[in-house]
Design a protein around this ligand. Structure first.
Ligand code: B12
Ligand code: SF4
Ligand code: SF4
Length: 394
């Protein structure tokens, strides 16, 4: 995988005595070993040339696919230029960390409309913290070997194009759902990067293996994958339930079903996830049985219960009102029962916020009109596919 060419290309580096004394091939092999010892399942190295992505990134922004995620355009083309983000960067070390918990209960929870479906990446500890800490440790380890090192860890929050970088580093290919896939591990993993000022040998990208498949485009409940490799963020349930601050557009509420935080459908239908391993990290195991909690139980949490039960979890950042907003939609999509209607009315009477009340009124109207969930046939198709293809996790 490693190409020993490309080792020293800039004159400032060539004249650097620190570099002359280093065996960069051995160092890169060691970096991969240290990364794996730190709990990363894969480690690869890429150069920082993302020019070919700049136009597509700009088109994506011009179409406003980022919606309210202002940070996406704020950094402009810096996102595609790691050396502008962290001056001196020559290589990006990309890492992968698997997060699929034991007993993912995908089909079980998607089927039971009285239960809440939470994206499986969000059931345990916030991954930003886990990855950043380990990446920092990797940076320190490299620094011990080479003396002074310029490095900076990035995980998600930073405005860098993580998937194109990971693809370059040989960690997998970007699938038509826009996520990175590894042929042996599927896509249930996070990625992170360590930018370094060392001219390490780079890895080679792997071939895209999506072929003629379009399963993810077809299964998406809100048609957010508007073309192969292009996701309109504003339509994605992950954006609607996690990123969007205000009201969730009515046109998407039925299709959201019981997904109260994120969505996994495009990954669940992907044939490459049949080969995925469960995580080795205790931190990503579900807390408080969040993989299958009844909606009514979650809706009854007080704000202090919400804060204590989501401590250290990525869920916490949406805050209590948006948490209730999302559950109200799922309750609007749940089978009608006295208990559901009573819980909604009870919250309405406490008048917590205009945002929440409007969603509760919408939910109550669904029970009055007995409006069925749109895309339910799609959902049943997905459940069948999970039960057949992912029996261990169903
Ligand atoms: C913003 C964001 C979102 C947004 C927008 C999603 C999106 N597809 O862009 C929302 C909130 C919707 C989202 C949802 C999710 N996200 Co998110 N998200 C990000 C974030 C912060 C930035 C992504 C980004 O840059 N988008 C902008 C577009 C322009 O970039 P892009 O899709 O990579 O586009 C490039 C290519 O597609 C290509 N391209 C564009 N057009 C075309 C056309 C052709 C023909 C070709 C070949 C290529 C091509 O060029 C583009 C520019 O380079 C990254 C972390 C990061 N910093 O990278 C995490 C990240 C992508 N998310 C992640 C996850 C886990 C998710 C969810 C699965 C969470 C969930 N379960 O709910 C969903 C999946 C939804 C989906 N199908 O994408 C992981 C993905 C891990 C993996 N295996 O790939 C990341 C990498 C976070 C991490 N550090 O692990 N996310
Ligand atoms: S996460 Fe869900 S809503 Fe978003 S693109 Fe994938 S299937 Fe569609
Ligand atoms: S479902 Fe099919 S098209 Fe979509 S990412 Fe997976 S292999 Fe590619």
């Amino acid at each position: 995988m490693t190409s020993p060419t490309n080792i020293v290309e800039s004159s400032s580096i060539k004249n650097n005595p620190k570099i002359d004394q280093l065996d960069l091939v051995t160092l890169s092999e060691n970096i991969k070993l240290w990364g794996k010892a730190l709990g990363f399942q894969e480690v690869g190295i890429a150069d920082i040339d993302l020019k070919q992505h700049e136009e597509q990134l700009q088109q994506w922004l011009d179409k406003k696919y980022h919606g309210e995620m202002d940070y996406m355009e704020k950094h402009g083309m810096k996102r595609a230029r790691p050396d502008e983000l962290h001056p001196g960067t020559l290589r990006v070390i990309s890492v992968r960390m698997d997060y699929l918990p034991e007993n993912a209960s995908f089909a079980h929870t998607l089927k039971d409309k009285n239960s809440a479906y939470i994206s499986r990446y969000a059931l345990g500890r916030d991954y930003h913290k886990v990855l950043r800490k380990r990446l920092k440790q990797l940076g320190q380890k490299i620094e011990q070997q080479v003396g002074q090192l310029g490095y900076r860890p990035f995980v998600d929050s930073a405005p860098v194009l993580e998937r194109p970088l990971a693809e370059k580093a040989g960690l997998g290919w970007v699938g038509k759902h826009s996520l990175l896939i590894d042929a042996k591990a599927g896509s249930w993993f996070f990625i992170g990067e360590l930018m370094v000022d060392l001219p390490l040998p780079v890895d080679q990208a792997v071939d895209n293996q999506c072929g003629q498949c379009v399963a993810c485009l077809k299964i998406c409940p809100t048609q957010a994958i508007v073309a192969p490799y292009i996701v309109d963020g504003r339509r994605c349930i992950s954006y609607l339930t996690i990123e969007l601050q205000g009201a969730i557009p009515v046109e998407f509420r039925k299709a959201i079903g019981n997904r109260i935080y994120g969505c996994d459908d495009c990954q669940l239908i992907c044939p490459w996830n049949r080969f995925a391993n469960t995580t080795q990290e205790d931190d990503y195991q579900a807390r408080h049985q969040l993989e299958k909690q009844p909606l009514l139980d979650l809706f009854s949490w007080t704000e202090s219960e919400f804060l204590s039960n989501t401590e250290g979890s990525p869920i916490r950042r949406i805050g209590y009102q948006r948490w209730l907003r999302n559950i109200a939609i799922a309750l609007g999509n749940a089978p009608s029962s006295e208990a559901v209607v009573a819980a909604l009315k009870n919250r309405l009477s406490s008048c917590e916020s205009e945002l929440l009340n409007e969603h509760i009124e919408w939910a109550l109207a669904q029970h009055k009109k007995q409006i069925p969930i749109v895309n339910e046939r799609l959902n049943l198709r997905l459940i069948k596919a999970i039960e057949k293809g992912l029996p261990r996790d169903a």
